[in-house]
Unconditional design. Structure first.
Length: 289
């Protein structure tokens, strides 16, 4: 059905005069007459009758007018929705984050949703290596990750995080002394690939060796084990976001303690919502960095 014909039908029903309706539609009266005749032919229904008091709806026209208005309204709503989608004002973003983005990622999402309330977010705590895979597969649109990510992912640096020593108490012992005294607590390889690599690099640069190690599934478990006096750990300074009372966080120095955190995405996919989010996040990151 040609929406232009329905629009002509509704306008003539409102104006009840061909000349007035033609003016409102910015077309000639013969063109309007042709459109009404065509619509009546397509529907096989007489829509209007002419009399002394002007152009009136027939019984058939009265029955069809509400439906015609409904179709035109639905079309307007659809076009409005399509415009929002096209400019990235509506959609869904699945985002990943790790401990380093524990505070920053939700802040960015809250800021973005205030401007784009039609965008739905799904946020999941994931290690950077898993986020890389999910960005490649399209399961995530963006990830707050260690950077640089593997090609062909694009990224923008947002801030730095760094290693700290987490111990049961701050008694002045050096890292080497702690590693002689207690096991080094680490994440399982599949869960903490990036953090483990950072830890190994730092230990090698500082010629520190762990006498024993113990693995855990997540950082929260490591924190609990440290508080219980089971071991010590090298964790991101962002652990302060989840640190309970009693956890001793001891600063470390050296180039091997630092790494960059950023936002990553797959540039091979077209996604206006994601692009708007990335633009906002990179601007916000520079503002707070």
């Amino acid at each position: 059905m040609n929406l232009r014909l329905l629009h002509a039908f509704v306008m003539l029903a409102e104006k009840e005069n061909y000349a007035d309706a033609a003016d409102a539609l910015a077309i000639s009266q013969p063109a309007l007459t042709k459109q009404i005749n065509l619509l009546e032919s397509l529907l096989n229904v007489a829509l209007f009758s002419r009399g002394r008091q002007g152009t009136r709806l027939t019984t058939g026209g009265q029955l069809l007018l509400p439906e015609a208005k409904k179709v035109l309204k639905q079309n307007a709503v659809f076009l409005q929705h399509a415009a929002q989608v096209a400019k990235g004002g509506e959609g869904v973003i699945a985002a990943g984050f790790g401990l380093s983005g524990f505070i920053f990622a939700p802040q960015c999402i809250a800021r973005f949703r205030a401007e784009y309330p039609g965008v739905e977010f799904r946020l999941e705590d994931l290690p950077s290596a898993q986020q890389y895979d999910m960005l490649h597969s399209g399961e995530l649109q963006v990830g707050f990750v260690r950077v640089p990510p593997p090609a062909p992912l694009s990224y923008q640096v947002l801030f730095e995080d760094n290693l700290v020593l987490v111990a049961p108490e701050d008694n002045g012992l050096s890292l080497s002394d702690w590693l002689k005294k207690l096991p080094l607590l680490r994440l399982y390889a599949e869960r903490g690939r990036g953090l483990n690599a950072q830890t190994d690099r730092f230990l090698e640069e500082n010629r520190c060796f762990a006498s024993s190690t113990q693995q855990a599934e997540d950082i929260q478990t490591i924190v609990a084990l440290v508080i219980a006096g089971v071991g010590v750990a090298l964790l991101p300074q962002s652990v302060t976001y989840i640190a309970p009372p009693g956890l001793k966080i001891i600063p470390l120095t050296g180039d091997g303690t630092r790494w960059q955190v950023g936002i990553a995405w797959d540039p091979q996919t077209t996604d206006p919502v994601r692009d708007n989010f990335v633009k906002m996040v990179t601007g916000y990151g520079h503002a707070v960095g």
